[in-house]
Ligand binder design. Sequence first.
Ligand SMILES: Cc1cc2nc3c(=O)[nH]c(=O)nc-3n(C[C@H](O)[C@H](O)[C@H](O)COP(=O)(O)OP(=O)(O)OC[C@H]3O[C@@H](n4cnc5c(N)ncnc54)[C@H](O)[C@@H]3O)c2cc1C
Length: 435
Amino acid sequence: MPHPEPVFAPPPEPVPFTFDPRAELPSTAEVVVVGGGMVGASAAYHLARAGMPPLVIEANTPAWGASGRNAGMALAGIGGHFPRVTRLVADAGGRSILDYTARSLDMLEAWDAELSGGIEWDRFGSLDLATDPAEEAHVRRMAELQAAEGLDVRVVNGTELRDLAPGLAADEVRAAKWTPRDAKLNPFRLCYALLETVRQLGGTVVTGVRVDRLLAASGRVAGVATSHGEVSAGAVLLATNAWTPALAPHLAANLTPIRETVCVTEMVPFSVGRPGFETNQCNEYWRQMRSGEVVIGGFAVADEGMGIGSYSIRVRPHVPPLLAALLARMHPALADARIIRCWAGLLDFASLEMPMAGPLPAEDGTPLPGAYVAAGLTGHGHPYAPILGLLTAELISGGEARTLSLAPFDPRRYVGVAHAPTWLEPFQGTATIPH
Ligand SMILES: Cc1cc2nc3c(=O)[nH]c(=O)nc-3n(C[C@H](O)[C@H](O)[C@H](O)COP(=O)(O)OP(=O)(O)OC[C@H]3O[C@@H](n4cnc5c(N)ncnc54)[C@H](O)[C@@H]3O)c2cc1C
């Protein structure tokens, strides 16, 4: 059957949910955070720490969205997006995107120590594997660029690669980008532990309630209308990933849902290597969990319409065999490991690859005081969610982001204009890096 053409700006769809008749929704809140994924949880945590414990409204359960469906890699170099995002940061007067992403990884490490139960944080580095000449050229150029920005990164092969990852079929790999300070983690623990702290600090987390629209009065945000009635609030943060355009249709032209598939093997009683692994310009990625299972995701490009522009999270059956074959090729010891479960989730790709975080303007571009958004993380939640949660919380509670500038992430760059996506070639693994 021929695959449909990709749709870059599909009509917005609200997040699917099951109405919870027992949900107890307050009628007022100082600040509402919409979404209980890693972005909402991070912002809510920092708001609570700043003395403004929020009301978090989640349509499903915490981590129901991408935050509970991802592969748990934390890559400061944000894959193939690095060169273009670096340029946008410089254009906005910032120093380096690493100021943000590397700080996020340090925040995650601190949370692992601080949050009850930890987040299974393993800072064992990542290996970006190049298996053909084009990928090798890409890996080498990317390593140069990232090193020039200050990332601890270098290219390895041969014996050094074998020592770093004894379970890897090193003969399949021409060269690998080794980033020793990258990490892996359990993303469920991240969301649940942050939200538990929010509750302890006086915040409220309500699930099974969907926000249907923002309420405005006298030119500013007045609250939200939900499946369970209205809540009046002085500030509302949309942390709603690919479903953001259902609440802010003026972002739809620049925020594309992309379906990606993840599979997990049965527990295997040996190590396939301690680092996290990526290949094909970070379009496929995998890691072994502490409990022994191997989680692998990717191959969106082989999905219907490349998975682009679909809100469906149904797994397409031809994708998991591709993931299983890649695992068997890279780790021959996994050739007989059974895949025990597969799922899919939605990435929210921002047209210019730069997330949006900060004040959300009205549809005509004029300010809408009290409205905020943090979305468009473009496939790299862990390097962005901790720091963007902190900066938006500082903005909401104190009027400005103090730790770092939010200017590079200004949502206004995405309002009133439809940018042609710059992510398509890197997403297909065909991009060359601009000089
Ligand atoms: C398959 C896959 C693999 C990935 N792998 C990695 C990885 O290895 N490393 C990495 O760093 N990143 C990865 N990512 C990206 C990362 O998961 C996301 O960037 C991150 O989870 C986004 O967090 P979020 O809080 O914005 O969104 P989500 O986790 O999707 O949370 C949004 C929440 O908002 C709720 N919601 C939406 N609309 C409403 C509404 N109207 N009312 C109430 N609630 C609403 C949803 O139910 C959802 O729970 C992956 C993503 C996917 C899909």
